[in-house]
Structure formats: structure tokens, C-alpha cells
Design a protein around this ligand. Structure first.
Ligand SMILES: NC(=O)c1ccc[n+]([C@@H]2O[C@H](COP(=O)([O-])OP(=O)(O)OC[C@H]3O[C@@H](n4cnc5c(N)ncnc54)[C@H](OP(=O)(O)O)[C@@H]3O)[C@@H](O)[C@H]2O)c1
Length: 289
């Protein structure tokens, strides 16, 4: 005689309960997480991160925030002395993590492959990848030349493809990874004078969502952090009139600070952010809602 519905349900519940702790530990990688201590710990200590554009602005803040939490940060950019200044700052503040400065032009595909190989040889892993390096070459579509369009697409999107492809192979082997791409509200809502930049950042969102679906079962999360106006060299070149009119459109009536973006990135990079993937998180003072 077949089993009744209640028998099957009871058995299913028993099996689920028996499996839950082991599966949860396995899927959330709690073996490496800090114990819960009343607030969510970021728990990124001892991890290795690669941050592009780590010398200035948002990338510098991300590098220092991660180093402050114990991460070994390979910070990349083209200007070696600017990177060394970030390394020195982490040293002087006696952060538990460190900054390892590496010169890299992200538009050079072979340099990317060489760098990733060198990092893996030295540290044996890359746990966190932050694709932050980005440029603008603003202008109206009708007067925009091919170079202006291609430069922005190459730095902001193609380079992300090259670097993420190389790093994801390492993450897949280790079955752990956090990929965080720095987008922009321009890629969500568009912005006049930025068809090249908006296309690159909108492309980054599609790239990230597709990748989140590809890599989720390998315990790798992929998200976009999309800043609004943040006070960096990138926005320092805006005319005062544009800055004032931008602020009037922001509910919080100010530009954000790089550290305010960095904290969101650090959250996603840590264990507390482990169940967030394929998302676009806006850090824009409420500008784009
Ligand atoms: N600031 C904002 O308001 C804002 C808003 C939305 C999104 N974002 C995004 O946030 C990210 C960082 O912006 P930011 O404002 O911090 O810019 P930033 O102050 O101009 O810094 C850009 C960083 O990227 C590096 N970089 C540029 N081209 C590179 C290349 N070819 N290879 C390697 N590194 C390169 C720069 O270093 P080197 O010049 O030394 O190479 C620098 O470290 C970008 O993706 C940007 O699109 C910024």
C-alpha cells in the first residue's frame, strides 16, 4: 500500500531539516565567515582583492576600505606614484590589510593576462574583483567621433570583459568569488552628452546580470554598484553651473563621497553580502528613482 500524504510530508520535512545545516554551511561558505557578533561583520579578512583604477577617487577609497578590513588589495592603474601613495597611506594608518600597487593599463589585453598570472603566482587566489577603472569623453552624438566612442567602450566595458574572463577562471576553481562592477546612474537613466559612457555602463549591467546567472552555482556573486555624482577628479572638471544644477536634482542636495561608494562595495565583497547577486545598487543620494 502506498504512503499517505502526511507520511510523505513528514519524511520530506525530516529530510530537509537533516540536510539544512550541512547545505547551508556549504552554500554560504560559513567556515570562512566571522561569527555573528551583534552587527553584521564584513568578514573579508585575509581575502585577496584586485581593484582597477585603485589610485584615485572611488577606486582609491575602495582599496583603502578593503585594506582597513584586512584584505590584501592589488590596486591597479597607470600612474605608479599615485598607487604608491595609496600603499603608503594604508601603511601609515596601520591597516591590517595592505595595498600591493601594480601598474596596469586595462586597455592592454596581454598586460591584463600577465598581471592576473603574476597575482595568482604570488597569492594563489583572487577572491574579490572590483572593475572600477573608467573614463568619460563627453560630447553630443552628432559631433562625437569614432575614437571618442571606442575609447570609452574599450576602457569601461571591453576591459571588464578581458579582466573578468581571466579572473573568473580562478574563482571558479576555488568556488568562491565576488565580482563588483562600478557602473553609473548614466547607464540606468541615460544622460545627454554621454551616449558613449551611458552605452558602456548600460552594457556593464547586462554583462553583470548574465554573468551572475552563469556563475551563481559556483558560489560567485556579480553585482553593479552605480554611483550618482561623487566628488572625484571625474566630476571636478564639470563647470560650476552644471554642478549646481546637478545638486538641485539630488534629493540629498550634495555630491557623494568616494568612501560612501566604497562601503557598499565592501559590504558586497564580504560574507554579509553573500546572497545578493545580479543586482544594480544605486549610490546616488536618491537622484535616480
Ligand atoms: N565620480 C563620479 O561621479 C562617478 C559617477 C558614476 C560612476 N563613476 C564611475 O566610478 C569609477 C571611478 O570613477 P572616479 O570618479 O573615481 O574616476 P577618477 O577619479 O577619474 O579615477 C579613475 C581611475 O581609473 C584609472 N584608470 C583610468 N583609465 C585607466 C586605464 N586605461 N587603465 C587603468 N586604470 C585606469 C585612473 O588611474 P590612472 O589614470 O593612473 O590610470 C584612476 O585610478 C568609474 O568607472 C566611473 O565611471 C564615477
Amino acid at each position: 500500500m502506498g504512503r499517505g500524504f502526511d507520511d510523505v510530508r513528514r519524511q520530506t520535512v525530516r529530510t530537509a531539516r537533516a540536510c539544512r545545516p550541512a547545505r547551508a554551511r556549504d552554500e554560504l561558505d560559513l567556515s570562512e565567515a566571522e561569527p555573528y557578533s551583534g552587527i553584521w561583520e564584513i568578514a573579508v579578512k585575509d581575502r585577496v582583492a584586485l581593484v582597477t583604477g585603485g589610485s584615485r577617487g572611488i577606486g582609491r577609497a575602495i582599496s583603502l576600505t578593503l585594506a582597513r578590513q584586512g584584505v590584501t588589495v592589488v590596486a591597479c592603474a597607470r600612474d605608479q606614484s599615485a598607487l604608491q601613495a595609496v600603499q603608503e597611506e594604508a601603511r601609515q594608518k596601520e591597516f591590517p590589510g595592505s595595498i600591493d600597487p601594480r601598474v596596469l593599463d586595462v586597455t592592454d589585453r596581454s598586460a591584463i593576462d600577465t598581471l592576473v598570472q603574476a597575482v595568482v603566482e604570488q597569492y594563489d587566489r583572487i577572491d574579490i574583483l572590483v572593475n572600477n577603472a573608467g573614463i568619460t569623453r563627453d560630447g553630443l552624438l552628432m559631433t562625437m567621433d569614432d575614437e571618442q566612442f571606442d575609447d570609452v567602450l574599450t576602457t569601461n566595458l571591453r576591459a571588464v570583459f578581458w579582466l573578468t574572463r581571466a579572473v573568473s577562471r580562478i574563482m571558479v576553481q576555488r568556488r568562491y568569488g565576488r565580482i563588483i562592477n562600478i557602473g553609473s546612474v548614466s547607464g540606468v537613466a541615460g544622460n545627454a552628452g554621454q551616449v558613449n559612457y551611458a552605452a558602456s555602463k548600460a552594457g556593464l549591467i547586462g554583462f553583470t546580470k548574465a554573468l551572475a546567472k552563469e556563475l551563481g552555482r559556483r558560489k560567485i556573486t556579480c553585482n553593479v554598484v552605480a554611483p550618482g555624482f561623487i566628488s572625484t577628479d571625474m566630476t571636478a572638471k564639470l563647470p560650476a553651473q552644471v554642478t549646481e544644477s546637478a545638486k538641485s536634482m539630488i534629493p540629498l542636495r550634495r555630491f557623494g563621497e568616494p568612501e560612501e561608494v566604497a562601503e557598499v562595495v565592501a559590504f558586497l565583497a564580504g560574507d554579509a553580502g553573500g546572497y545578493i547577486t545580479g543586482q544594480v545598487i544605486l549610490v546616488d543620494g536618491g537622484m535616480c528613482m
